[in-house]
Design a protein around this ligand. Structure first.
Ligand SMILES: Cc1cc2nc3c(=O)[nH]c(=O)nc-3n(C[C@H](O)[C@H](O)[C@H](O)COP(=O)(O)OP(=O)(O)OC[C@H]3O[C@@H](n4cnc5c(N)ncnc54)[C@H](O)[C@@H]3O)c2cc1C
Length: 454
């Protein structure tokens, strides 16, 4: 049984204690790390006590919210894991259109608390993802083109810094930190509360998919690309290159959050891209939309992916997307080839100035995400190679990457996520708030900056 810590009122769990394996488990089954101590925190005071103890004992610190870091960065091997799971309350102030959300909440807690009041803010597409990691990295979701990224909707952050101080960061209090927390990840402290702005929502959504044989998809993809600049704000255009019954297929369409009548009106425009092999149009509630991806993304499977932002979607980029990283298609077993997708950016995301937040690449037209899910460790090398090949095919067209979509750690990814100029500003902030780099189990912004580009 783990020993008590001064000033700590939560639960301490060590190897051999009940629940240890459950708490150290994360979404990606490729991660299997064993913390020396898990501090299940219930307050900012607990977080401060846990940080103090880790520093005195020389333990590495990691911070866990939803455990969806694909690299398992929330679990330290032999270190102290700050588990924010017990800090998951959501308080909604309907009149002020605000939600105060605990740093350990999952996205579904947020939606479930706000949507019954006809209010919502941008949250990601899988409801068991953590508000913490998603929002600190940016936070893309179906509402983002109309309401901005999750981080664009945070009015205030309460955080515990590396020296145990509790600070509030807003546009006027510690504005430098506020800037860095909007996209800079978990580098500057442990956020114990987010205060989100909420927006009126109808609670309705519609998904339209036009499904083509991959061989017939080039022209429809070009026309879909041409719709991107003028796509209505409630829509988020999507394209997915997948395998159905062993055949390479492409599903092209949109997700619409808002009035279903307007959503259906847009079908005529979308149908102008070409005649699909089949079509699927589904009206649903917003809450159902937000949980629809949950089953496909269950915990406990092995995962690897690659991601890119693209600010132009050239014909060559579309061809690379359709190739899925396969150079000669003859005899290919498509069930073993990584699927991938594009999701549209623009709208309210692009209206925030690129220098106004740590989050970068607001000029992206689409985000590409390609990756595999499997269960047998014997397939690791093959599956990872396939996802890497897909990523490599799109790399020549990339303008950057979403920090929350990085499947590798290290300087190169961080540089791609922020760019040199912003990294210099982020490193300065890191020196101010975490000069010893206590919070380094993340996509790390080193206090000394990163090495010059080779
Ligand atoms: C199935 C799935 C679906 C996804 N869908 C989307 C999506 O639709 N949109 C999108 O933008 N992203 C999406 N992502 C990416 C997601 O944003 C990142 O994986 C994110 O890191 C997950 O956050 P978490 O809290 O669940 O992860 P955790 O592993 O708990 O945390 C990740 C890192 O975030 C930091 N962190 C977390 N909480 C705090 C906190 N309160 N204070 C300080 N630091 C903290 C820590 O550095 C930690 O290492 C998805 C990921 C998965 C696995």
């Amino acid at each position: 049984m783990a020993q008590a810590l001064p000033g700590f009122g939560g639960e301490l769990i060590g190897p051999g204690d009940d629940g240890y394996d459950g708490y150290r488990e994360v979404w990606n089954a490729m991660v299997d790390r064993r913390p020396a101590l898990i501090a299940r925190c219930t307050s900012a005071g607990d977080v401060a006590a846990a940080i103090r103890h880790a520093r005195e004992a020389g333990l590495e610190v990691a911070v866990k919210c939803g455990g969806h870091s694909v690299l398992g960065l929330s679990v330290p091997d032999g270190g102290l894991m700050i588990d924010l799971g017990p800090m998951a309350d959501v308080r909604v102030e309907v009149d002020r259109r605000r939600a105060t959300v605990g740093g350990g909440a999952l996205l579904r807690y947020l939606d479930q608390a706000t949507v019954p009041h006809g209010l919502a803010t941008t949250a990601g597409n899988v409801s068991h993802t953590g508000v913490g990691g998603l929002t600190l990295g940016g936070g893309m979701g179906w509402l983002a083109r109309q309401a901005g990224l999750a981080c664009d909707n945070v009015e205030a952050y309460t955080l515990v810094t590396a020296n145990g101080e509790v600070l509030r960061a807003t546009a006027t209090e510690h504005p430098d930190l506020f800037w860095g927390l909007r996209g800079g990840g978990g580098n500057f402290g442990v956020v114990t509360e987010f205060e989100f702005r909420l927006h009126p929502v109808s609670g309705r959504a519609l998904m339209a998919e036009l499904i083509f044989e991959a061989d017939d998809a080039l022209e429809p993809m070009r026309r879909w690309r041409d719709l991107l600049p003028d796509a209505p704000r409630p829509s988020c255009l999507t394209a997915d290159a997948v395998t159905m019954q062993g055949r390479p297929m492409v599903s092209i369409g949109y997700v619409w959050v808002g009035d279903p009548g307007e959503a259906r009106d847009y079908l005529a425009t979308m149908r102008g891209i070409g005649t699909p092999a089949r079509e699927s149009v589904r009206e649903t509630s917003y809450i159902e939309l937000q949980t629809m991806g949950d089953a496909n993304h269950v915990h406990g499977k092995r995962r690897y992916a690659t991601g890119h932002y693209l600010r132009d979607l050239s014909d060559a980029a579309i061809e690379a997307f359709l190739s899925r990283g396969v150079s000669a298609a003859d005899g290919v077993d498509w069930s073993r080839v990584s699927p991938g997708g594009f999701q549209a950016y623009g709208g309210a995301i692009a209206e925030v100035g690129n220098d106004d937040s740590a989050f970068s690449h607001r000029d992206a037209v689409v985000e590409f995400f390609g990756g595999h899910t499997w269960t047998d460790p014997a397939e690791d090398a093959e599956r990872m190679a396939s996802a890497r090949a897909y990523g490599a095919a799109l790399a020549p067209f990339a303008s950057g990457v979403y920090v929350n979509a990085l499947f590798e750690s290290g300087e190169e990814g961080v540089r791609r996520a922020y760019g040199d100029a912003k990294l210099a500003r982020l490193a300065e902030l890191k020196r101010r708030y975490d000069p010893q780099n206590v919070f380094h189990l993340n996509q790390n912004i080193a206090p000394g900056g990163i090495s010059p580009r080779p």
